[in-house]
Ligand binder design. Structure first.
Ligand SMILES: Cc1cc2nc3c(=O)[nH]c(=O)nc-3n(C[C@H](O)[C@H](O)[C@H](O)COP(=O)(O)O)c2cc1C
Length: 186
């Protein structure tokens, strides 16, 4: 797939087929994530790929904790977002794979959210080019999910969860604002 097509054609997918994702295909996608630029070339982030029994356990734990996730979300982001987020978290669209995206730590101790974000975007583009769908299940409640899932503490900050699988819905086009680029002296 041509790069322009990959960038313009990737849209969030929130409904997935149960078809397993072959490891080789996913390994190519994960490798593309690692080719993203990073601050100081350190690539300190971590991407944790889960499927099968662990994926199922995570889902059970999340569903058990859904009300507390909803409460956390509602407190921080209001009712509408809490409803949307918990609806998606209930089964992550049936995605057979969940990727947990952790930020590395910068030399000054801050989380390198930029580094993990560009890596995740590479991954999402690579997945799209490979015929896979992704969505970024984002910041509001990721910590509650991590706690609920009982993932071992790796000392890094979880910034998002990316469900991955073969799409079971048409990607919906989203509009773009045309005033985001300012041209000076050009
Ligand atoms: C940091 C970040 C957090 C996001 N969190 C969520 C989320 O929690 N749930 C969700 O369904 N989509 C989430 N998204 C996806 C956005 O909703 C989506 O990208 C947006 O609707 C624009 O659509 P597009 O990807 O087609 O441009 C997130 C995206 C980013 C970059």
């Amino acid at each position: 797939m041509d790069l322009h097509e990959a960038i313009r054609g990737r849209r969030p997918i929130r409904k997935f087929k149960p078809t397993p994702v072959p490891r080789d295909l996913l390994a190519e996608v994960m490798d593309l994530a690692l080719w993203a630029p990073s601050s100081g070339g350190e690539h300190e982030y971590e991407l944790v790929v889960t499927r099968g029994a662990l994926r199922a356990r995570i889902q059970e734990a999340v569903v058990e904790q859904l009300e507390s996730i909803r409460a956390d979300c509602e407190r921080d982001h209001g009712h509408k977002i809490a409803e949307e987020v918990t609806a998606f978290y209930r089964d992550f669209g049936g995605a057979p794979v969940l990727v947990f995206a952790y930020a590395g730590t910068l030399p000054d101790g801050r989380d390198d959210t930029f580094g993990i974000s560009v890596a995740v975007h590479n991954m999402m583009l690579g997945a799209h080019a490979a015929g896979l769908g992704t969505a970024w299940a984002g910041l509001p409640c990721a910590h509650s999910v991590e706690r609920a899932a009982g993932l071992a503490d790796n000392g890094k900050t979880l910034v998002g969860i990316v469900p991955v699988g073969f799409p079971d819905e048409e990607a919906r086009p989203t509009a773009r604002k045309d005033n985001r680029v300012r041209w000076i002296g050009y």
